[in-house]
Design a protein around this ligand. Structure first.
Ligand code: HEM
Length: 323
């Protein structure tokens, strides 16, 4: 499998003093199918090895914890619009996608499926939401294991690039990335509906497609994908108008580079300050330029993908009006 370069490093022409084609591309971290890193490996600390084992469960039921600490509340945010949530989900789909264990059937059917990929949660019948929906179990599939052999400590992994590189628009692997391109004038494939550009259909289907498989998970997210598709094609068109003799590949890579830079700026200058405040020195972008360092370990932390960044789920409005 060829892994898509996470910068526009495949472009042959020189930019400033650095030749893009001489840039060192990461192989040890950040690319697809590599494991998340961890702040703390409880398994290693407790000396629990073995790919199929589960941690001893001495913790309270997750649903009980949620109900006590995060009871359902629909509180309007007076400082931010719902775009904060929507941008947050879009950003997540650029950086983390932890695959689930492949399990046949329903994990709540424990007797039929004593599967190491299942860890469903029994529910308290007194829980009002649960009672309303007549459930007694929340189905839960574990993340797929990342172990080179069965005696190893179980890790989890990412099937998209860990970088903030708009892989949710461009794809994380070469073949898929190519399938999203029109092959002309640096443009991404799109479809025209009533004179407006929309996401194209995946070949032979009526499913809209973009660089990440979750693009049509909900309408607000699909709108973000549409917005970024249109912006890519708008910039590519401008480059076409003001340059001569550039190939489709050159215009595509240049547009992609501009798009990624713009996106990273929104993340660091607007989104993160809105979420965690603007006073953190470590997040400030110093000067006008940033530099790519091939030796930085950009791997996503397990704790970030699995817990911390899911804070965004508490930003979701109870009812989302689509018109
Ligand atoms: C309507 C909006 C959203 C819906 C319907 C939604 C739904 C989901 C679903 C179904 C999953 C996979 C199941 C799971 O692993 O729990 C998931 C995972 C996740 N979500 Fe959301 N989500 C939304 C918004 C957000 C937002 C706003 C954020 C962050 C700001 C976020 C962060 C995450 C993260 C970090 C994961 C784990 C990704 C992975 O590593 O695979 N989500 N979400």
């Amino acid at each position: 499998m060829t892994v898509l370069a996470t910068t526009a490093a495949t472009s042959p022409w020189k930019r400033g003093k650095v030749s893009m084609s001489e840039m060192v591309l990461p192989t040890h971290c950040g690319v697809v199918l590599l494991s998340h890193k961890q702040f703390v490996s409880l398994r290693a600390e407790l000396n629990i090895t073995g790919c199929d084992v589960t941690m001893p469960n001495q913790l309270p039921e997750p649903r009980a914890v949620s109900s006590v600490f995060h009871p359902e509340q629909d509180r309007a945010d007076t400082a931010n619009s719902l775009m904060l949530m929507q941008f947050g989900q879009f950003l997540d789909h650029d950086v983390t996608l932890t695959p689930e264990a492949e399990v046949e059937g329903d994990c709540c059917d424990v007797l039929a499926h004593p599967d190491p990929g299942c860890m469903s949660m029994p529910l308290n019948p007194a829980d009002p939401f649960i009672a309303e929906h007549g459930l007694n179990c929340l189905e839960f599939k574990r993340s797929s294991a990342f172990c080179l052999d069965s005696s190893e400590v179980r890790e989890q992994f990412n099937i998209i690039t860990h970088y903030i590189d708009l892989s949710n628009i461009y794809g994380s692997e070469d073949d898929f990335a190519c399938s999203l391109r029109s092959g002309m004038r640096g443009m991404l494939l799109s479809q025209d509906v009533g004179g407006q550009e929309y996401l194209p259909y995946a070949s032979g289907t009526e499913n809209l497609v973009s660089g990440d498989i979750r693009a049509i998970e909900m309408p607000g997210l699909t709108s973000m994908h549409t917005l970024f598709l249109r912006e890519h094609n708008r910039i590519a068109e401008v480059i076409n108008q003001y340059t001569e003799g550039l190939t489709d590949e050159e215009i595509y890579q240049e547009t992609r580079r501009i798009m990624i830079g713009a996106f990273q700026n929104i993340v660091y200058r607007e989104f993160l300050p809105a979420v965690i405040g603007s006073t953190r020195k470590s997040l400030r972008i110093k000067g006008k330029r940033t530099r790519y360092r091939s030796n930085s370990d950009v791997s996503i932390f397990n704790e970030f993908a699995t817990a911390a960044y899911r804070f965004g789920h508490s930003l979701i409005q109870g009812t989302i009006h689509t018109r």
